[in-house]
Design a protein around this ligand. Structure first.
Ligand code: URP
Ligand code: ZN
Ligand code: ZN
Length: 525
């Protein structure tokens, strides 16, 4: 065995949110001798290996960042790091399809950047995420370059979606460059945030057409932004300026309307659609209806929508309430349960977080006006635990389904399966060891995000990510995080995912069905 032993610059994340990134290994930021971080040969022995379609007791052998073998009784030579996983689940690392790290938004920037957000993710068993590049003054290439810079801090693998915020020939051409040269295969259209990110139906139609021609996946933030604007004015006129005004100004009907509109426009263009952060029964039912009619529509719930309800927005303490402000809003009790049921029956396909964190000072920008509270909540570190506790412990999802909704489906949709989202020979060694008999506890005093609050504060539950292996390195073990900024890789994602199978046939059938143009003999006048 090549027993690697050298000094590296190693950053170990503090348990203190106040100093999020500052406390290091044993000795502050510095050079640490870390055998485990450098270990390139690992045997995970005796665990139950879980993929989305199958589970079995087997060993997993990892070398140089790749899974080399998965079978019982693998024999290894001396010097290989052996981890006993007996009685535990060995699963693909989570993939979060929806995050915002270092995002400039509502006059400020998210408190988690590509290092702190990813460090938090790794502590919670997520080993890859897909972040939304925001164009700079509408320019996709400038937005892309800005995010390449931001992502230099990465300590785990990541990919990019890209938002489209204006339309002209340059944007259309840049979309092609993003897909063909930059490894981006999905574009998001914000139907809300009037005056900043919001697009018109006309733009959405152009965008859907261009996504289709490139084989890219169109994504929508579905809320009627004009009506939200009206709802906000109504609340202010009523003297409702606190965080509860946020929920009251953008009720589920506006999410349902925009979801239905986006679905119908995607049907008109005949292109697949991905609805991000489905928060309400109204939106979920539109997706279910479209799927029943055969349309290719993917619905993504986020953890906050699955497990929280809007009562928190009425909390008398401003910061306590404001930390829950996100869009679409966290809904009244009942919506979350319905979204859980839709996830368990397959109407909703994969779980994201929409991790977009602002600390108390930033949330306080809206102390006198809820419209100024930066929108967003945490979730990257908590997603795997909360989905397990809410869905698996309650019997709503099997263990294999857990892998599907937290990892495999995302890898398939964004066309990186089986490199990601699977424990099999040849896949990247992004692996978690999960102890179903242990417990987790969530608190801002122990999480790894730089935020000073946590919307899941005080929650306990069953199951714990005990070990995270990312790119073949053990980065989380014994509640200790060992991560190296700059070690994460950009994952290029090719177009034409499985949703595109059959789209061309449907187009042909459509053209045939037109029975037009009719060849008419021109009457001689
Ligand atoms: O409140 C939210 N969701 N903030 C992030 C931006 C978005 O809409 O996804
Ligand atoms: Zn959104
Ligand atoms: Zn988002």
């Amino acid at each position: 065995m090549m027993h690697m032993r050298s000094l590296i610059l190693l950053l170990s994340i503090s348990l203190s949110p106040l100093f999020g990134l500052s406390q290091i290994c044993e000795s502050g930021i510095g050079y640490c001798d870390s055998e485990s971080v450098l270990s390139s040969k690992i045997l995970i022995a005796g665990g139950t290996v879980v993929n989305a379609d199958h589970q079995e007791v087997a060993d997993v052998y990892v070398e140089d960042g790749v899974i080399v073998d998965v079978r019982p009784n693998i024999k290894v030579s001396d010097g290989v790091r052996i981890i006993d996983a007996t009685g535990k689940f060995v699963m693909p690392g989570g993939i979060d399809p929806h995050t915002h790290l270092a995002m400039e938004f509502m006059g400020t920037e998210t408190i988690d950047n590509f290092f702190s957000g990813q460090a938090a993710a790794l502590a919670g068993g997520t080993t890859m995420h897909i972040d939304f590049v925001i164009p700079v003054q509408g320019s996709l290439s400038k937005g892309y370059e800005a995010y390449v810079e931001k992502a230099k801090l990465s300590c785990m693998d990541y990919g990019f979606h890209m938002a489209i915020t204006k339309w002209d020939d340059t944007v259309s051409k840049e979309m092609e460059i993003m897909v063909k040269e930059k490894g981006i295969n999905s574009f998001k259209f914000f139907m809300a945030y009037k005056g900043s990110l919001m697009i018109s139906d006309e733009l959405l139609l152009e965008g859907l057409k261009q996504c289709k021609s490139l084989g890219a996946l169109a994504m929508v933030h579905a809320e009627n932004g004009d009506a939200v604007f009206e709802g906000q004015k109504r609340m202010i006129e009523l003297g409702i300026t606190g965080p509860e005004g946020h929920a009251l100004s953008r009720p589920p009907v506006l999410e349902g309307e925009a979801t239905a509109r986006a679905i119908r426009l995607a049907a008109f263009v005949n292109t697949p659609l991905y609805v991000v952060h489905v928060m309400s029964i109204d939106a979920m039912e539109e997706i279910a209806r479209a799927q029943k009619s055969g349309q290719k529509v993917i619905g993504e719930p986020v953890v906050s929508g699955l497990v929280l309800d809007d009562s928190v927005l009425w909390d008398p303490d401003f910061i306590t309430a404001a930390k829950f402000v996100m869009s679409p809003p966290i809904r009244a009790p009942g919506h979350g349960k319905a979204l859980q049921a839709a996830l368990s029956t397959g109407i909703l396909k994969l779980v994201g977080t929409d991790h977009c964190t602002f600390n108390s000072t930033q949330k306080s920008f809206g102390i006198d006006d809820f419209r100024k509270i930066p929108n967003g909540v945490n979730g990257l570190e908590e997603r795997m635990h909360l989905v397990w506790d809410t869905m698996v412990e309650s019997g709503q999802l099997s263990v294999t389904d857990f892998v599907r909704v937290t990892s495999t489906e995302c890898a398939k949709l964004f066309n990186i399966y089986p490199r990601k989202g699977a424990i099999r020979a040849g896949s990247d060694a992004d692996i978690i060891i999960f102890n179903p008999n242990s417990t987790f506890h969530i608190s801002a005093s122990s999480h790894h995000s730089r935020s000073d609050t946590n919307v899941y504060e005080g929650r306990n539950g069953k199951g714990k990510v005990e070990v995270t292996i990312a790119g073949g390195k053990i980065v989380w073990e014994n509640d200790e995080l060992k991560v190296v900024p700059g070690s994460g890789k950009y994952i290029s994602m090719p177009p034409f995912n499985y949703l595109y199978n059959g789209i061309d046939k449907a187009d042909e059938n459509y053209l045939t069905s037109l029975k037009a143009p009719v060849n008419r003999i021109k009457p001689s006048l």
